[in-house]
Design a protein around this ligand. Structure first.
Ligand code: NAD
Length: 300
């Protein structure tokens, strides 16, 4: 079997960012509206700091306004809700991103519900979750869709063209990744099966997949012989593993070196799904700014 073609998420994300940047410039020139992204980080989790910094940097690179709010880990839920209420009303803000996880005792569901659904560029507000859950086959995605799942579906459509009729197996049922990925694949007319921690014989299920999306958070759990020859494999997992010499390495949920000899298409980790998340956040922010201008959602 030939080696899998690698799905270059890094290059696709760069081209998506460029197209979003063009969309930003056109919107600003024609309407005077400059898309604005507000980020909220509560506490000092180092990984979250890196993610939020990169989101603000990319927003600025694409010509968007970026409003960064850093709050101490001791912030009361009421103070966070007040900030969100203020940002909901601010006409310069088109997208609000609350970096997760939030420190306890803040109740994440309360916070996600407080964000205006039309500024919910992460797609986690119950109204947007419901929109995705009830979307008809092929209907337009004219509301914010969670960024990582949207990135997975863009990569698959770019790689395979029509997904109609293919058997897609999604491993992982989180509300952040697994479930929205499954909804997007259903919308694209795949036959979708969701596997999870209680699934019996996960390996046998994976072997039935024309498209295998893995979002588990377990380093290299999916082995090469779990993959149907020629399948398209999207590895969402990001796991840092120790190498034993004090160094660490990022690996996915799929055993890459085994999978590359069996899969037809495969995302590497890093450089696969990861870069798509921030690019899709910018895409969602542009779309919400277009909505404010009375313009329809538009593919870029
Ligand atoms: P999560 O912990 O919320 O959910 C994990 C899911 O995997 C659960 O539904 C669980 O049922 C399932 N699972 C756990 N162990 C399993 C097992 N042994 N067999 C089968 N299923 C099992 O995680 P999440 O937020 O969905 O993230 C999943 C992975 O994706 C993580 O590695 C995370 O770092 C990564 N991630 C990457 C990006 C990105 O930008 N690339 C974004 C979000 C998450």
């Amino acid at each position: 079997m030939a080696e899998a073609a690698l799905i270059d998420g890094k290059a696709f994300a760069a081209s998506l960012r460029e197209r979003v940047g063009t969309g930003v410039a056109e919107l600003t020139a024609s309407t005077g509206i400059r898309p604005g992204l507000a980020t909220i980080l509560v506490g000092d989790d180092p990984a979250s700091q890196v993610y939020v910094r990169s989101k603000s940097r990319v927003a600025a690179e694409l010509g968007m306004a970026s409003f960064d709010h850093r709050l101490p880990g001791t912030t009361a839920e009421s103070a966070l809700l007040q900030l969100i209420t203020r940002l909901n009303k601010d006409p310069a803000v088109h997208g609000i991103l609350v970096q997760l996880p939030l420190p306890k005792p803040i109740v994440t569901a309360d916070i996600l519900r407080a964000v205006d659904p039309d500024k919910d560029v992460d797609g986690f507000h119950p109204m947007n979750v419901g929109r995705l859950g009830s979307i008809a086959s092929g209907a337009p995605l004219d509301f914010p869709v969670p960024c990582t799942p949207l990135g997975c579906s863009m990569l698959l459509a770019d790689t395979l063209g029509s997904l109609s009729g293919r058997h897609a197996v999604v491993i992982g049922r989180s509300t952040l990744v697994g479930r929205p990925v499954a909804q997007l694949l259903l919308r694209a007319d795949c036959t979708v099966t969701i596997g999870h921690s209680r699934t019996r014989d996960l390996a046998a299920l994976c072997r039935t997949a024309d498209i295998l999306v893995v979002a588990i958070g377990k380093p290299e759990l999916v082995r090469g012989d779990w993959i149907k020859p020629g399948a398209a494999v999207i590895d969402v997992g990001i796991n840092r593993v120790a190498l034993g010499d004090g160094k660490t390495r990022l690996v996915g949920d799929v055993a890459f070196e085994e999978a590359r000899h069996i899969a037809g298409h495969l995302t590497p980790v890093p450089g696969g799904v990861g870069p798509m998340t921030v690019a899709c956040l910018m895409y969602n922010t542009l779309q919400e700014a277009r909505r404010r201008a009375g313009l329809p959602f538009a593919a870029v």
